[in-house]
Design a protein around this ligand. Structure first.
Ligand code: NDP
Length: 328
């Protein structure tokens, strides 16, 4: 298939790109600069991949040119969305790029890419997680019930991020319901994503948000906020799910919670201690072992995508190895 992948320079998207190429697909990916595009061409040299620059996904019509291609695209995978906690203005920095990016690409496909059969959007557990009233078991049935007013006014950057993913996903389903477009939509909802870092990272300070969690554990850096979600997935399993979602038309219309399992901060620290004795002295003694009072139901992805998940051990070990290769 010929596939448009947005945000190709990101942690998740670079793995999706790799998996698409392994599966024999041809890829055009959007990036914010030529420099980021050239890094990917170099990383995947000899493969059918090109890039196109889309500087700001929040801008009106941002994807109008990117969705046009000859031969035309069969599928689109939209991963680009801000994931950081450096938020000054919730609307400008988080909600607009997430929501406008999502509706923008859907509108552009409707207008300019009639050959697209399938669209996959990377949403998040953030759009499921409902911290005010957590259910006994999290599954695809659950939605974050934050209101737009709360989203615009919260001073908590994590909450602003969760809101951006919630409203973006809601906008996507709403778009499909109202427009009845010519393509099918699948939405993937991953929790915290770890695993090998293969995207361009200028320095460890510029690492993507979820990988920083493991970096902090291996450096012994004290946490500056509440303990994060213990639900995880390996980036390689999530990348495969993106590719399977465009290959299996039967997953059209589905929201899929891509959770491998749960592991406490303490469990991740223990894995680091066991597998990397040289790092054991860094691992803090005050890591939280308690688990939240809810469980997860991850059966849908296994059933409809046939995914088998990597263990927490494999995920953490391979993340640490790749962070060490980056100089940690
Ligand atoms: P990254 O920060 O590595 O990737 C985000 C990508 O989006 C980057 O390519 C970034 O470009 C691009 N992007 C962000 N804002 C804009 C914008 N305004 N205009 C153009 N491009 C933009 O994070 P991840 O790879 O982790 O995230 C990928 C997706 O996965 C996101 O949708 C995120 O919400 C979702 N996700 C991630 C989780 C995780 O634990 N990592 C958990 C659940 C969901 P640039 O780098 O050039 O700024």
């Amino acid at each position: 298939l010929k596939v448009l992948l947005t945000g190709g320079s990101g942690f998740v998207a670079t793995h999706v790109l790799q998996k698409l190429l392994e599966h024999g697909h041809k890829v055009v990916t959007t990036v914010r600069s030529d420099e980021k595009g050239r890094y990917l061409l170099d990383l995947f040299k000899g493969n059918p991949v090109t890039y196109t620059v889309v500087q700001d996904i929040a801008a009106e019509g941002a994807f109008d040119e990117a969705v046009k291609s000859d031969p035309p695209f069969d599928a689109v995978i939209h991963t680009a969305s801000p994931f950081h906690y450096n938020v000054q203005d919730n609307k400008r920095d988080m909600i607009d790029p997430a929501v406008n990016g999502t509706t923008g690409i859907l509108k552009a496909i409707v207008k300019f890419a009639p050959s697209v059969r399938h669209v996959v959007i990377t949403s998040s557990f953030a759009a499921i997680s409902n911290p005010k009233a957590p259910p006994k078991v999290y599954s695809e049935e659950i939605w974050n019930d934050m209101t737009m007013e709360e989203a615009l006014t919260t001073k908590n950057p994590q909450a602003a991020y969760r809101a951006s993913k919630t409203f973006a996903e809601q906008a996507a389903w709403e778009f499909v319901k109202i427009q009845k477009p010519h393509f099918g939509l699948t939405v993937l909802n991953p929790p915290m994503i770890y695993g090998p870092v293969i995207h361009e990272v200028a320095s460890l300070d510029a690492l993507n948000t979820s990988s920083i969690r493991i970096l902090d554990l291996l450096l012994g850096k004290p946490r500056d906020g509440p303990v994060g979600s213990p639900i995880y997935v390996d980036v390689r399993d999530l990348a495969l799910a993106h590719v399977l979602s465009i290959e299996k038309p039967e997953v059209s219309g589905q929201r899929i919670f891509m959770a491998a399992g749960m592991g406490s901060e303490k469990e991740m620290g223990d894995i680091i201690k066991r597998s990397f004795p040289e790092l054991a002295k860094n691992v803090r003694d005050d890591l939280v072992a308690d688990m939240p009072p809810y469980g997860i139901d991850n059966s849908k992805a296994k059933k409809i995508l046939g995914i088998t998940y990597r263990s927490l051990e494999e995920t953490v070990v391979d993340t640490v190895k790749s962070l060490q290769a980056l100089g940690a």
